[in-house]
Design a protein around this ligand. Structure first.
Ligand code: FAD
Ligand code: NAP
Ligand code: SF4
Length: 687
């Protein structure tokens, strides 16, 4: 049915020697599975599931062409024929499943997290404690040779092609800009010299692999660094890469050290496709566009508007391996949408943990977390339709159990109904849409507006009872907190209670940050629309020049930010930077956004009292002294953490009922939706 709805997405792409069935590319993502030989069966299962899901072409996580270029000690590399063997099974299985796969060659240069890194010059990256060694001219030649050897080994391993990673600030990118390339030999100085490394890599690789092997070049099209490449230089490189024999050019946006968000939830959908569009008149090989494209309508529009020939999505295929087949068969409402949170994918990778997905805990765990039909259908009650209860109820029903889901609220979603209202978190509506659809699809009986009690549950004849009743706000016991000007985050985000122009937010955890963000906006809709987020406003606020007349798209560009409607103070008792517990790859975005809008963050405070004058506190110093201060505010908002709501569990357990506890109800500390959904899914997989 739906190839007609998405005519551009499902148009085959003829590469001359092979034809891709559609315009969807699964972009490279490091999963952590590629680093150890004993994980290759898991990695194979992960790719096979996505190949069965009919994505047109997949790219592996980055594999280094030599030890020095590897991301970390003992990270994946492909340098000899023994290492070829582990890839062969993987490529054969992908082909057997009807898929196509390219291997990404990634030399990290000065981003290598080990003391043996090499780079064009001895300039340490701001995000790496290790300083690279500058390569000699023959050293540069050797790195090029290693790229070529790696591509030939990938060909022997059965890959359909390679992607040469030339963006995100890695080795090749480091040659391209004077910021990281201070050389005066034939590999530095003029742009012609600086672009010689990628051009030689592609040229010599093409000579080595022959005509019928895909070479994708990931071109850094918008560095977003003050001394990044100009648009003219990007075009020159693109033309030279085409000339050198690349099959496809993929878009790279930003460097890892760029301090402008590129893929986080707050980046509007398809925000960067204008960059690829600018290149379209300059080269004639297919161009792939990327970053924050997660739904078929968006992807189709990007292609229909002529911004690119192909769409790259990476995280959306972690979230849903069947994305393509669902789009093709008219089941878009069944897509489990990537909400761009980074919590289980990129954050894991940066913490040296294996990647998975917040909304799909099976990602990267395909062989371990199996959702198989139940041996016998049981009658199951799930109390609480937050993320934990939703995951448990829908997984259990999918397995054939008869599930009744209760919630005291009039709608499903629990705290996600507050999270989705935070500007920059509009994507959370998709998770609720997805669970609503699964409820219909698997026949979960839903009883909303029902605060279920122990007697009803005990008398219900349930074989299993799952308690997912979530959390309650923690009582901080601050003197004067019963003053009418004191609100809880629930009053603000659920109750829409009016909030004055001067506000103190007590608590600088995830919710304190989110409430502050919420209060920086006016008239926030109750039902946000992820497609309505304003692209121009995003770039204006972060100081990016969409005409690309400045170097790197940012040099000399002044951010243009509207005056916020409120003055906000955010406080915490702990020392250290507020929001230290926020996501590794997104915490800086939350902190920068609030600071950019004048939010004052106070750490190491003690609360004295709240009265009509405002919040009285003490700012403590390291030497033990303290400075008394009054924040003269109209409202104080309490975001002081949460405690478990587990009374129902305790009483049912005491009555000998078959009861299980998951999500916030089980443990409120450091609870997030990743743990809630994971616990719900895992429990239901074995009930
Ligand atoms: P809850 O979501 O609290 O759901 C519990 C449900 O149980 C509620 O719907 C409640 O009505 C129902 N219930 C309780 N008692 C009964 C009863 N007796 N009978 C019937 N129903 C009952 N997490 C992230 O991972 N990433 C984020 O970016 C993020 N942002 C957030 C932003 C905000 C503003 C908030 C408030 C939370 C955010 N969270 C985020 C946290 C995340 O939403 C929670 O971790 C998650 O919702 C916990 O899921 P849960 O199912 O355990 O509980
Ligand atoms: P939290 O992260 O535990 O933060 C609670 C805040 O309240 C801390 O700043 C804490 O700081 C303060 N606090 C705790 N006890 C207090 C007391 N008695 N008096 C005064 N202040 C007190 O919890 P949260 O912000 O409520 O978030 C709940 C969960 O939702 C978190 O675990 C988080 O993972 C999740 N969440 C995640 C995101 C995200 O973007 N990933 C966003 C929102 C929520 P001090 O103790 O230093 O004062
Ligand atoms: Fe997307 Fe979040 Fe899943 Fe990563 S963890 S794939 S960002 S939904």
């Amino acid at each position: 049915m739906n190839p007609e709805r998405y005519p551009h997405l499902f148009q085959p792409l003829d590469l001359g020697f092979t034809t891709l069935p559609n315009r969807l590319l699964m972009g490279s993502m490091h999963t952590g599975l590629e680093d150890r030989v004993w994980n290759y069966d898991k990695l194979t299962a992960y790719f096979v599931e996505r190949a069965r899901g009919q994505v047109g072409l997949m790219v592996t996580g980055g594999i280094a062409p030599n030890r020095r270029g590897s991301l970390a000690p003992l990270a994946s590399k492909l340098t000899n024929r023994w290492e070829v063997l582990r890839h062969r099974k993987l490529t054969a299985a992908v082909h057997e499943a009807g898929g196509r796969i390219c291997m990404q060659i990634l030399h990290a240069g000065r981003y290598s997290y080990h003391p043996f890194s090499v780079a064009p010059s001895t300039i340490q990256a701001p995000i790496n404690p290790f300083k690279p060694k500058a390569l000699s001219a023959s050293g540069v030649e050797k790195q090029i040779g290693d790229f070529v050897r790696c591509a030939r080994l990938a060909q022997r391993a059965g890959y359909d092609g390679v992607e040469v990673m030339g963006s995100e600030g890695y080795f090749i990118n480091q040659f391209l800009v004077p910021r990281t390339n201070h050389r005066s030999d034939e590999w530095g100085g003029s742009f012609e010299n600086r672009m010689r490394v990628p051009v030689e890599i592609v040229k010599r690789t093409r000579e080595a692999v022959g005509r019928e092997f895909i070479i994708i070049y990931r071109l850094s099209m918008l560095d977003m660094l003050a001394d990044g490449n100009s648009f003219e230089e990007v075009v020159r490189l693109g033309k030279a890469i085409e000339q050198a024999g690349a099959t496809i050019i993929n878009t790279g946006i930003g460097w890892h050290e760029t301090r402008i968000p590129t893929i986080a939830t707050s980046v509007p959908r398809a925000a960067f496709t204008w960059v690829t569009r600018k290149m379209r008149d300059e080269v004639s090989i297919p161009l792939v566009t990327t970053n924050r494209i997660n739904m078929p309508e968006t992807a189709e529009k990007v292609l229909a508007d002529g911004d690119a020939d192909m769409i790259s999505m990476a995280r959306p295929f972690l979230a849903d391996p069947d994305w393509v087949v669902k789009a093709r068969t008219g089941r878009v409402d069944e897509i489990n949408t990537c909400i761009a949170c980074n919590q289980a994918c990129l954050d894991h990778v940066f913490e040296n943990r294996k990647a998975s997905c917040l909304v799909n805990p099976r990602a990267g765990r395909e062989t371990e977390l199996v959702i198989a039909p139940a041996a016998e259908a049981k009658k199951i009650a799930v109390v609480g339709a937050g993320p934990a209860g939703l995951a448990a109820a829908t997984t259990a029903a999918q397995r054939g159990h008869k599930v009744t889901l209760f919630d005291a609220d009039e709608r499903i979603g629990g705290q996600f109904n507050m999270a989705k209202r935070i500007p920059g978190k509009e994507e959370f509506v998709e998770t609720l849409r997805y669970f609503n659809r699964l409820i219909e699809l698997h026949g979960v009986e839903v009883r909303l507006g029902t605060r279920v009690e122990q007697d009803e549950l005990a008398a219900g004849g349930f074989d299993e009872i799952v308690i997912a009743t979530g959390v309650l706000p923690r009582d901080p016991k601050i003197d004067g907190q019963d003053n009418p000007m004191v609100l809880s985050y629930l009053d603000v985000l659920k109750g829409d209670r009016p909030v004055g122009r001067r506000v103190a937010v007590i608590g600088a955890g995830g919710i304190g940050f989110d409430v502050s963000e919420f209060l920086l906006h006016e008239n926030v809709p109750a039902e946000p629309d992820p497609d309505a987020v304003d692209v121009k406003r995003f770039f204006d606020e972060w100081g990016v020049d969409m005409d690309f007349e400045s170097r790197g798209g940012v040099e000399g560009v002044k951010p243009d930010r509207p005056t916020p409607p409120r003055k906000i103070w955010m406080t915490q008792r702990s020392r250290g930077k507020p929001g230290a517990g926020l996501g590794k790859t997104t915490g800086w975005i939350h902190r920068t956004t609030l600071k950019n809008h004048g939010v004052e963050m106070l750490s190491n405070v003690s609360y004295d009292r709240i009265d009509d004058a405002g919040l009285h506190l003490v700012i403590n110093s390291k030497d033990g002294s303290g400075e008394k201060r009054l924040l003269e505010v109209d409202n104080v908002v309490l975001c002081t953490g949460q405690v478990s709501e587990n009374a129902l569990y305790e009483t049912l357990k005491a009555r000998g009922q078959p009861v299980h506890l998951i999500g916030g109800a089980k443990l409120a500390a450091e609870l997030d939706a990743k743990r809630a959904i994971d616990e719900g899914t895992r429990l239901a997989a074995v009930l």
